[in-house]
Each structure stands twice: as C-alpha cells, then as structure tokens.
Write a protein that binds this ligand. Structure first.
Ligand code: ZN
Length: 450
C-alpha cells in the first residue's frame, strides 16, 4: 500500500514538472515555442523563445524577474525586435521574385554578469539579417538591482556627476582610438560624437565584480566595420569617479584621476605644460606662475631640452616638477619596445644633463600608451583629466573657458608651453582658479594627495 502511494506521488510530481516545462503559446497559431528555466541567480528565470516556422526562423533568450516593470521593459525590447524582424521579412518577401530570397535570421543571446550578488547585468546581443541584407549585430544591456528591483543607470554609478562622465568619456575615447580592430577605419568625427560626454552615449554597459564593461556599435565609429567593440575598464582604475556605494578602499593603484577620498577641504589643481621648453613662451609662463606662487609640471621633449638647456634649467630651479615627454613626440603604440625605451632614455639623459635631476613622471605623446609600455617605463605614466585644446583654438579666452567648463578637484590640466596664446591665458586662468580656492600643485603632489 505504502509503495503504491509513493509511486503515485512520484508519477504526479513528474506529471507536474512536465506540465510546467511544456510549451506555452502566445499566439493562436503555433509558430513559436517558449520555455522557461530557472537561472543560477535567485528569482531570475531565463526565457527561450524559438520559432517553429522555417520561413521566419528566430531564437531569443532573455531574463525575467519578480518585478513587473523590469519584465515589461525586457519584453518590450524582445517584442519590438521580433516585430521589426517579421516586418522586414514580409517586405522582403513582397520585393523578392518568386521567393528567391533566403529567409533570414534573428537571434538574441543572453549573457549575465553579477556584481556583489546584488546587481545583475543582462547583456542581450542581437544578430539580425533578412533576405540578402548584411547581418547586423547590436547590443542592449539591462543592469538590475535585485534588492530594489529597479534598473540602474550609469549616472547612479558615477554619482550623477557630469565631471565624472567627462573624465570617463575622455578615457573611453582614448581607449577606442587605440582599439586594434577598428583603429584603421576609425572616423575622428564619429568617435567624437560617440564619446561626447552625454549619458545616452554610454548607456550600454555591464557591471562585474572587477570591471565596468562598455559596448560600442562599430557603425557609430567607422563607415566600414560592423559588430561591437567591447571595452572593459577595471573598477579600481575608475574608483575615484564612482559613487561611494561602488568605491573600494585602494592602496597605491593608478586611477583615472587621483582619489577625492582624503578627508580634507583642500582644493588642488595641477597645471601641466607639454612639448617645451620654448625660448619665449616658457619664461613668460614661469613668471606668471611665480606671481601666483604656483607650482606646475612641465613634460619636456628631449630634442627641445637639447636646444634650450638653460630654459629647462630655469624651470627646474623655480621648483617645478619635470616630466619626460619623449625625444621626438612619436605615437609610442606604433614603435617597437626598443624604440620606445630609446625615446624615454635619451630624454631622461638630456633632462638630467640640463637640470641635474631626472624627470619623475612620464607622459606619452597623444596619451597613446598601453599596459605593456607602462610596465616598461620606470616612472609613473600620467595622462590628464582636462584637455584645454590650447594647441587647436590658440585662444586665451577659450582656454580659460574650457577649464571652467570641466573643472574638478584634483584636476590635471593639459596645456602646451609652445603657444604664445597659452602664455596669454595664464594670468586670467590662475586668477580664476585662485578665486575658486584652488592650490596649484605638481602632478606628483596630486597623485600623493589621495
Ligand atoms: Zn605633446
């Protein structure tokens, strides 16, 4: 008797499971099969929607959670994708002679990343082709907070701070310009547009325990490449621009800009001058810096130091920091390691001969570098957080305005002591920064202040 009951229970359980996983249909005619599976994340189910009609093949994977708004948001994207695809197929069918056109393909694949078991990033990669048209690949991401059951935007991650966005945008722009797969076909204007510091430019991202991953549609960067460029940035690198909930305690790690975590009310700014020394412009800048008791950092070119050793010497004797900016200003990422080290070492030597001190920092021309190069250069590599574009507009007022527009604490401001207009901008710029309560320090002091 007992055995019978157990067998009956087992049978019922099986039958129940069978019903649960059996195909559901969302249209009267059976054209697709939807199945639902639990995921490894609590309360998240993975839905698979596969077409049963060979004329309209598709295969879609997406998540659903225990929240209606989230589910609706995902379903809207899925259903819109399906509608667009089916409409295109229909149009193709009408255009094609005697249905010569191959059907098409729509697939949406799901990848899931988790951050501290609280945020799940769903990355939906869509591959779409209809008839003879080329395949397009696009990515859509949803970052879901399991605790609040809400989607998270990038602005939350960056503490709603536009300056943080600008810093990040600059970094991503720089990274994209070095991305080997698209570098050769990259269009400068497109890159500028796609990395303009607007929140909507960076809404395709995923968060993992150690990095923030951005997805860029190659069609927005080039005219020829298709597909997606995936750019992961380590969270420790962008730690200072993250909102406190996402920050980690750091020790001695190079970051996108130095941390503002130190409990101090000091406002610090580092003025930096590249490409000198220059026989007229550099002394003019030195005298204004002196007027404001300001310390700055000069990233010198070896070949110019060789021509103007006295100017280099006077920069050092005024107490400013000196950095190495290579001998001949090449794009380092295009050189061999041997050539790179020659650029570094010959400049180090020239600066030492002129000033009696070795440069303490290195700045690669155009900001073009990579981890491999950084590892070979014996001093810290420093880029900048505010680009004044002084070399481009050659306008003193514009230089001041550009700094005002993106000013933030611990900023590293990029200028060039070879343009007279940059020297013209010094007095109004320093007056403004001083009035805003900033102290003028060297780059190494900024790096040490975190
Ligand atoms: Zn330069």
């Amino acid at each position: 008797m007992l055995t019978t009951i157990i067998i009956f229970l087992v049978l019922s359980a099986n039958q129940f499971n069978f019903q649960k996983t059996q195909a559901k249909q969302n249209t009267p005619a059976k054209t697709n099969t939807i199945t639902e599976n639990d995921s490894t994340y609590p309360s998240i189910r993975i839905i698979t929607d596969v077409s049963d009609d060979p004329n309209t093949p598709f295969s879609l994977n997406y998540p659903q959670a225990d929240n209606d708004i989230f589910n609706e948001t995902i379903l809207t994207y899925i259903n819109d994708s399906k509608k667009e695809y089916l409409a295109k197929l229909k149009k193709n069918e009408m255009n094609a002679k005697e249905s010569e056109a191959p059907p098409g393909k729509l697939s949406i694949n799901l990848e899931t990343y988790s951050y501290k078991d609280q945020y799940l990033s769903f990355v939906l990669t869509k591959e779409l082709s209809t008839g003879n048209t080329n395949k397009t690949i696009t990515t859509k991401t949803f970052v879901y907070n399991i605790k609040t059951k809400k989607l998270m935007q990038l602005s939350t991650l960056l503490n709603q701070d536009e300056h943080h966005l600008t810093t990040l945008a600059k970094h991503l722009q720089n990274q994209l310009s070095q991305e080997s797969k698209i570098k050769d076909t990259l269009i400068a204007e497109k890159l500028q547009m796609a990395t303009k510091p607007l929140w909507e430019n960076f809404d395709c991202f995923a968060l993992t325990d150690d990095s923030l991953i951005f997805y860029f549609d190659n069609r927005k960067l080039t005219d020829t490449a298709s597909g997606i460029t995936v750019l992961p940035i380590s969270l420790s690198f962008i730690n200072p621009i993250l909102s406190t909930d996402f920050q980690i305690q750091m020790e001695d790690v190079k970051t996108i800009l130095s941390s503002e975590q130190k409990p101090t009310n000091q406002k610090l700014v580092a003025l930096t001058f590249d490409d000198g020394p220059h026989p007229d412009v550099t002394p003019r800048i030195l005298s204004i810096l002196n007027k404001y008791h300001a310390k700055a950092t000069f990233f010198m070119l070896g070949n110019r130091v060789k021509n103007y050793p006295d100017i280099a010497k006077s920069v050092a004797s005024c107490g400013h920091e000196i950095g190495n900016h290579t001998w001949s200003h090449p794009i380092l990422t295009k050189l061999t390691m041997e050539e790179i080290l020659y650029e570094f070492n010959s400049t180090d030597q020239a600066i030492y001969e002129a000033t009696g001190q070795h440069p303490t920092l290195f700045r690669p021309p155009y900001g073009a570098t990579n981890d491999n190069i950084k590892a070979q250069i014996p001093v810290p590599t420093v880029i900048w957080s505010i680009d004044t574009l002084d070399w481009k507009h050659r306008n003193a007022q514009q230089l001041v305005t550009n700094v005002q527009n993106s000013l933030h604490n611990n900023a590293i401001i990029l200028m060039h002591d070879i343009h007279p207009t940059t020297a013209d901008a010094m007095d109004p710029l320093l007056a403004y920064l001083q009035q805003q309560g900033y102290q003028f320090v060297t780059v190494s002091e900024i790096l040490a202040s975190k």
